[in-house]
Design a protein around this ligand. Sequence first.
Ligand code: AMP
Length: 183
Amino acid sequence: MRMMLLGPPGSGKGTQAEYLIDRYRIPHVATGDMLRAAVREGTELGNRAKAIMDRGELVPDDLVIGMLMQRLANEDAEEGFILDGFPRNTAQARALDAQLEDRGLGHVVALEVPERELTKRMLGRGRSDDTEETVRNRLTVYHDMTVPLFEYYEKAGILRRIDGFQSIEDVAASIVSALESTG
Ligand code: AMP
């Protein structure tokens, strides 16, 4: 199963991924987590990414795409993966399609959550990039850069919209039924 979780920051992608990795036994590949690890470790990539992440902007495509492709080449991703936070724009989506070739992504699960709820959730998380100004900026970047992916994946026929404003268990059940009803 090669799937991607699409949705605004705070929509529950990470929480749902935790559940899905258990069920499907495939790795959770989250570019935000990878970048935060790089920042903690003080790698060259981390040092370049930190200020950009703190502003809530997107890290340049070449850096993120390189990091992601290396990760997908790992043996543990052979049977599938759950992408979270990538792609974030159309250029990244095209790079991913080119890399996966005919295997392609099987499913894109879009979590839909009202904006006021997103802000509330993010400000309650206490991450260093969850300050009020950064949160606002991340939502703007999401609308400008990432929302066009709905159309991209709708056209590809693999987009499944899920109501993300339910309990964690109900969102998980909705995702599983969407994945399993479409094969
Ligand atoms: P996330 O944990 O997915 O919300 O990501 C946290 C931050 O990491 C984002 O606000 C971006 O600055 C950066 N980031 C994560 N994934 C990507 C990506 N695919 N492209 C560019 N920047 C990213």
